[in-house]
Design a protein around this ligand. Structure first.
Ligand code: ADP
Length: 177
């Protein structure tokens, strides 16, 4: 039955890792912190249809410094030529290792502190792990420097949201349709 398949899907979560269900980096829509917000770029961003957009510093796609919440674009003066960095800097960025079990990820998302995590190659350094998974607030310049020093060689390989895990749980049923 469909119900049984959902249960099986949920049970299989414990064997699966973040990297298996994430959105890969080449399919992730990100923006440079230097992107200027005007009517053209705002329209482009809105048309992508994503709620949250990772912001990387300058040209370094491995250095995610904040998340842009697309709803915040409503507050932007299109003629002021402000950069994405200006409105993205209050976001919190969660970074997880590619081998984080989906069950752990689901628990984190259910806690509700954040809804999108950045997936990095390899494991997280011990020092950067706080309460199971690190949460990094980029409100302050010092925090950015802290992340750099803890995790210099970080390679971003994708993003994951609750939606990706729910899809995995419902996979058996979706395949059936
Ligand atoms: P949204 O609200 O933006 O649609 P969801 O959390 O519902 O995001 O996730 C839907 C799918 O979109 C998931 O597969 C997720 O990994 C992916 N996703 C979320 N944000 C982005 C983004 N900025 N670029 C590419 N894919 C994304």
């Amino acid at each position: 039955s469909a119900d049984l398949k959902i249960v099986v899907g949920a049970m299989e979560l414990s064997n699966k890792k973040v990297k298996e269900v994430m959105t890969k980096i080449e399919d992730t829509f990100m923006l440079s912190s230097e992107t200027i917000l005007n009517s053209i770029t705002i329209t482009e961003i809105a048309e992508k249809g994503y709620t949250r957009i990772p912001i990387y510093e300058g040209t370094d796609k491995n250095k995610i410094i904040s998340l842009l919440y697309v709803k915040d674009l409503a507050l932007v003066n299109k003629n002021a030529n402000i950069s994405v960095a200006t409105i993205g800097n209050r976001s919190r960025v969660r970074i997880v290792g590619e081998n984080t079990p989906l069950t752990q990820m689901l628990t984190e998302f259910k806690r509700g502190d954040y809804h999108l995590a950045i997936v990095k190659r390899g494991e997280l350094d011990e020092e950067s792990v706080e309460n199971g998974l690190p949460i990094v607030s980029f409100d302050k310049e010092e925090t950015v420097n802290l992340v750099e020093s803890v995790d210099k060689k970080m390679e971003v390989i994708g993003v994951i949201t609750l939606e990706d895990i729910l899809e995995e749980i419902l996979q058996a049923e979706i395949n059936d349709e």
